[in-house]
Design a protein around this ligand. Structure first.
Ligand code: ZN
Length: 223
């Protein structure tokens, strides 16, 4: 009202320019990599150096946390099953039930690791490495990930398969209930290591880059 079209446009242009200049000034003030999230990379940027490693299997505190989380989830699932009187009876014979559950559990473990691998590929553009570390399958990569990507890779399988398995539990015939329920337990309790790893990484400074070869995580920070 009261302003001509061109006048309004020029005010808008000035306003947008103002924001840009302000943003540019802010980003110049920030020292390299101190508060901004770093970018995923195949090569370690020159100004980064290794600051430590995290081996969940060797570190006693994380090992204890993983066991505690695992047991708590198993106990919770057993309590829920009893509380809600879930239909755990099947028309299948015991042998068929056991075979079906073991088969599905093995398939689940493969698919869980594959999901980490697909997330690694998505965030790095490079194929993940898979290997056996009996009795586990491990997934790793040589790429360097920022915190957000690393946490997404760690939690992708438990979130995705948690949703899929709960939906299957609701739609499949009651014959599958116990097997599906055990699989859901495996999904949420078996990811204890993934939660603890995601938690440990979330405590790092935002400029951190993390490389995980499937055995241990190496943490790099800007110099
Ligand atoms: Zn996992």
């Amino acid at each position: 009202m009261g302003l001509s079209q061109t006048k309004r446009q020029s005010i808008l242009v000035q306003f947008v320019r103002g924001i840009y200049t302000l943003e540019a000034a802010k980003s110049k003030e920030k020292p390299m990599g101190s508060t901004e999230m770093s970018v995923n990379s195949i090569m370690l940027p020159e100004h980064y150096e290794e600051r430590g490693t995290l081996d969940l299997k060797k570190d006693k505190k994380s090992g204890f946390a993983i066991q505690l989380v695992f047991i708590s989830i198993v106990v919770l699932m057993v309590v829920l099953a009893r509380w809600f009187e879930f239909p755990i009876h099947s028309t299948w014979s015991t042998a068929v039930s056991i075979l079906a559950t073991v088969g599905m559990a093995i398939a689940y473990i493969m698919v869980h690791e594959l999901t980490h691998g697909i997330a690694i590929r998505y965030f790095s553009g490079v194929r993940a490495d898979y290997f056996f570390r009996f009795p586990f399958v491990c997934t790793g990569s040589k790429a360097f990930f920022n915190k957000a990507s690393f946490i997404s890779i760690a939690l992708a399988p438990v979130v995705l398969w948690g949703i899929v398995l709960i939906m299957l539990l609701l739609v499949l015939s009651p014959d599958y209930f116990l097997s599906m329920y055990i699989l859901i337990g495996l999904n949420f309790a078996g990811a204890a290591g993934d939660y603890v790893q995601a938690y440990a990484i979330s405590k790092l400074p935002s400029s951190a880059l993390i490389q995980d070869d499937g055995k241990q995580s190496r943490v790099f920070l800007a110099r």
